[in-house]
Design a protein around this ligand. Structure first.
Ligand code: SF4
Ligand code: SF4
Length: 422
């Protein structure tokens, strides 16, 4: 039996459930929230501002559509069709005026938290809208100083089948549900007398996890996801920013920063070998850094993959059970079992603990960066190879190049990846 360092009291999983207490062993204690160097976070956000994948990675965002199965393709098109109006509605929410005058001096944190929980959000927290984590192309869009962090629980059962189309259904379904419910929650905030801007989960305005950690709703796992107390990385996340009078929550040390270095299940089970065993310092934060170029080819080809979500014990059992087990035994609940670590990959079969699929180098060769940059690389290759003559055919090739670049740079960023005629 290990010595308990501190205990954390959290609301129950759904609205109306009794509170829970999570005991964190002394040997797992580090700091509340995240280990970071604020000066470095400031430096990187100022000199190398974060940018959205929808802006900087258009090449692989277009490529993924070429490797989807027919089933995934149909699923994505249907999701995009249903989701597009929800995203469009969120875009203008910052311009809607409050529907009433606020009660002077009244703090409305309790009212908003209760309303959000009643509406179905599993985790609700308040913190400063941290502009250091807002994407460059969204900096002028974001209007208000406070962030309401909202997490919705993705369904348990289908998630355990990942990677599968059965798990992708609820993944996208949650985004639509929470996106629509947030529009209603924003109306409620306006009825209290304040502005409310909805940051859609499918049109992200920035990296949201740091604000969730600051609001005490979890800590960053080695899988690169927020590990929330009740449903771990099944937390699908979004923000509402507001000028309402609210009180900020505090970051919490759930023991995850240390626990992940011991657990390592997601690192061991990742089919793409995209997760790191050791932490590094990245943009002023000490973390396990996901290697995007190794994850993306797997995610795209195998139904969003999500093995790293599925095999996480915090997702499967909840943090309280995981910490209780660790206090009692000093070991990781479920580690080494087929139930936690096993998964099947379409056309490749079942992989139990210690067994991983293998992919050759070609599998990982996918387009990276912006579409227009790839075109330019292609043009340079043609010039190098003497394939661009000074005659009419060369002029035509340059005109085509110009037209294709113009098409790319005239398109507004689209966080859904591609515009379908729906
Ligand atoms: S989604 Fe799959 S490939 Fe990507 S990090 Fe997670 S387990 Fe690895
Ligand atoms: S599987 Fe283990 S190491 Fe990975 S995020 Fe979950 S708790 Fe951390």
């Amino acid at each position: 039996m290990l010595k308990v360092g501190h205990s954390i009291r959290r609301p129950g999983r759904v609205h109306g459930d009794t509170d829970i207490t999570i005991d964190v062993p002394e040997e797992l204690e580090t700091v509340p929230g995240v280990v970071q160097s604020p000066k470095e976070v400031d430096f990187y956000s100022r000199e190398y501002p974060l940018e959205s994948q929808a802006v900087d990675m258009t090449a692989d965002r277009d490529w993924v559509w070429s490797v989807y199965t027919d089933e995934v393709l149909e699923h994505r098109k249907e999701h995009d069709k249903l989701n597009r109006p929800i995203i469009a509605a969120a875009k203008d929410t910052g311009d809607i005026e409050p529907a009433a005058a606020p009660v002077p001096g009244k703090d409305v944190t309790v009212e908003i938290r209760q309303k959000a929980r009643e509406m179905g959000f599993g985790e609700v927290g308040f913190t400063s809208l941290d502009r250091r984590y807002i994407f460059k192309f969204k900096r002028d869009w974001v209007k208000f100083p406070h962030a309401i962090c909202l997490a919705w629980e993705q369904d348990y059962e289908p998630t355990q089948t990942a990677p599968s189309i059965e798990a992708e259904g609820p993944h996208h379904g949650v985004y639509r549900t929470m996106g629509a419910v947030a529009l209603d929650l924003a109306d409620y905030i306006r009825s209290l007398g304040y502005h409310a801007q909805v940051h859609s989960p499918n049109d992200n305005s920035g990296a949201y996890i740091p604000m969730f950690v600051a609001a005490g709703l979890g800590q960053l796992g080695a899988n690169g996801q927020l590990l929330s107390p009740h449903f771990g990385s099944r937390a699908r996340i979004m923000l509402i920013s507001t000028d309402a009078q609210v009180t900020y929550d505090e970051p919490v040390d759930y023991g995850i920063h240390s626990f992940c270095t011991i657990c390592q299940v997601c690192v061991n089970r990742c089919p793409g070998r995209a997760l790191m065993r050791d932490k590094v310092w990245w943009r002023g934060v000490e973390k396990h850094k996901l290697i995007y170029r190794r994850c993306r080819p797997v995610m795209a080809r195998y139904e969003g993959c999500a093995v790293c979500m599925k095999v996480c014990p915090v997702q499967r059992y909840g943090l309280k059970a995981v910490m209780d087990h660790y206090v009692e035994t000093g070991s990781v609940l479920g580690k080494g079992t087929h139930l936690l670590e096993g998964y099947s990959i379409r056309e490749m079969g079942y992989f139990g603990p210690g067994d991983l699929p293998r992919f050759n180098n070609e599998f990982f060769q996918i387009p990276h960066g912006k579409n227009e940059d790839l075109l330019f690389e292609d043009l340079k290759d043609r010039i190098r190879e003497g394939d661009l003559s000074d005659d009419a055919s060369g002029t035509l090739a340059l005109r085509e190049f110009k037209q294709r670049v113009a098409n790319y740079i005239s398109q507004p960023p689209d966080d859904m990846g591609r515009s379908w005629d729906v």
